[in-house]
Design a protein around this ligand. Structure first.
Ligand code: PEP
Length: 281
């Protein structure tokens, strides 16, 4: 028994490969301002064993960033137009156009898309559907506003957004969905949702997935936290048993800072919660 426990501890502290490999994702938004800066940032990113590091540059930089980043850093598009594959859609980039080497993810439902570009639940569902059909993984963002947080309706809002976006997504397709819980009030504000509060929301979303699909889908689905995550708070966030990584905005624009986030130490506490689960099965 002791040997088994020791083996489990070593496995979990060396690399978080099971049951859910953590994801550290960087959303560059409409940054940086020049291709040179984008390439310098791309080149300086660490790939970390046992963790999935993903960056979402502006689509005009994707191809060049793919050439410059470590091949173990995955790439994603920040959005995609799903109205058509090509045609008279000024300013839009379609899913087939994003089919480039190393581009694995499409971000769907980011709060800035919801609030600034009027992406509603139907549009987000169509983007998730389109991304999956086109062979991408969908990184689906959900999250409540400040007012909804203060009203205590976070779980209901998030559950609704989750259900609407995943309408028609099968259990098998869920292997290609990553969920990011991003309280809107914490995005770009410097306010971080307390780790224990985020943990409660994550556990609740996992429970919704269990009810909609089954335990294997719920237990395998990576649910990330997003909202002013930084090296200062990452270790505390990643100690939470239902938080499987982070989606980072501002802190993703400085390679050294983002690398610190990617190299987080979840430490003994996360290992302990994993052990608790395994031993109580
Ligand atoms: C985001 O844009 O998804 C985000 C979490 O931004 P920030 O880390 O800057 O709050």
């Amino acid at each position: 028994m002791m040997a088994l426990i020791a083996a489990l501890v070593l496995t979990r502290t060396a690399a978080y490969t099971s049951p859910r490999a953590p994801v550290v994702a960087g959303n560059w938004k409409m940054n940086p301002g020049t291709a040179e800066e984008a390439l310098a940032l791309a080149e300086a990113l660490d790939a970390v064993e046992g963790r999935e590091v993903v960056v979402f540059p502006p689509s005009c930089y994707l191809e060049a960033v793919a050439r410059k980043t470590n091949k173990n850093v995955a790439l994603g598009a920040q959005d995609a137009c799903v109205l058509a594959e090509s045609g008279a859609f000024t300013g839009a980039v379609s899913l087939p156009m994003l089919k480039m080497p190393r581009v694995d993810y499409v971000l769907c439902g980011h709060s800035e898309r919801r609030s600034l570009f009027s992406d509603d639940d139907d549009a987000i569902r169509a983007k998730v559907r389109g991304a999956l059909d086109a062979g991408f993984a969908a990184m689906l963002c959900i999250g409540e506003t400040q007012q909804e947080y203060e009203l205590g309706i976070t779980d209901d809002i998030c559950a609704l957004q989750l259900a609407k976006a995943l309408e028609g997504v099968t259990a098998a397709e869920m292997a290609n969905v990553v969920v990011a819980y991003e309280p809107v009030w914490a995005i770009g504000t410097g306010l971080v949702c307390p780790a224990t509060v985020a943990q409660r929301v994550h556990a609740s979303m996992r429970q919704r997935l269990r009810a909609t699909y089954d335990s294997s889908v719920a237990d395998a689905c990576r649910i990330l936290y997003g909202g002013s995550a930084s090296p200062l708070v990452i270790d505390g966030i990643m100690r939470q048993p239902d938080i499987d990584g982070v989606l980072v905005g501002g802190a993703a624009l400085d390679a050294a800072t983002f690398n610190q986030v990617s190299n987080f130490h979840a430490g003994w506490w996360r290992t302990r919660s994993f052990l608790k689960k395994v031993l109580h099965r």
